[in-house]
Ligand binder design. Structure first.
Ligand SMILES: CC(C)(COP(=O)(O)OP(=O)(O)OC[C@H]1O[C@@H](n2cnc3c(N)ncnc32)[C@H](O)[C@@H]1OP(=O)(O)O)[C@@H](O)C(=O)NCCC(=O)NCCS
Length: 183
């Protein structure tokens, strides 16, 4: 697939769905899990269209629901390929919720799904390269490279921190927290 390239616009996908009462939690707001499931669906559609193959979800970054979504709102998810590696793709998803009655539009979150393409035998397979047709396409590609670097650094530092964390020598850290040690 080294010579195959597809544009970002080729696979851009939008999913719009009305938030119905059965999606709500006990507080009357939409379950985060419902939104995650819809995000996974639109990420799959976008990634598979670019890859021309079945894709699986490997990781999800930056999921923070800063504003609640209400029953009756129309949620739209805009997905596009931000970055391609060899067999992996990063799909950026912007989520908005609209209330048509009062005319509000909330940006609830932007998240990044890393997907990997698999062939008919279940083996990872190369995806087409990406044609960046605008400065925004190029900026998103660069941001994805930066996020990947930062994530690798974070993973290494977390691993090192975990190996250094010893309960008895860190008792002072518990003192600032809302917990009681009973051993
Ligand atoms: C994702 C998966 C295919 C990776 O398998 P693997 O044997 O590690 O394959 P590779 O080492 O060749 O990696 C394949 C790609 O995945 C990427 N990858 C692997 N682990 C990753 C991680 N934790 N985060 C981001 N990307 C990752 C690699 O960077 C590589 O990308 P590239 O080809 O663009 O360079 C495998 O772990 C898998 O099938 N996981 C289950 C996925 C699934 O079923 N998801 C549904 C939810 S249950």
């Amino acid at each position: 697939m080294d010579d195959i390239f597809k544009s970002v616009s080729y696979s851009q996908t939008t999913l719009t769905e009305l938030m119905i009462p059965s999606y709500a939690n006990f507080g009357g707001k939409i379950h985060g899990g419902i939104l995650l499931s819809l995000m996974d669906k639109v990420a799959y559609a976008c990634a598979s269209k670019h890859a021309g193959n079945y894709c699986v979800t490997v990781s999800v970054d930056n999921v923070e629901f800063l504003q609640p979504v209400d029953v009756g709102e129309m949620v739209s998810m805009f997905a596009s390929v931000n970055y391609v590696g060899n067999s992996s793709l990063v799909i950026g998803i912007k989520v908005i919720a609209e209330d048509f009655k009062i005319g509000t539009v909330k940006h609830t979150n932007t998240s990044y799904f890393t997907m990997v393409a698999k062939d008919e035998n279940g083996h990872v397979t190369q995806v087409p390269g990406l044609i960046l047709e605008s400065k925004d396409d190029a900026r998103r590609f660069l941001e994805a490279i930066k996020r990947k670097e930062l994530k690798n650094t974070y993973k290494k530092e977390l691993h090192n921190a975990k190996t250094l964390l010893e309960v008895d020598s860190n008792r002072h850290l518990f003192a600032k927290e809302r917990c009681k040690i009973t051993f």
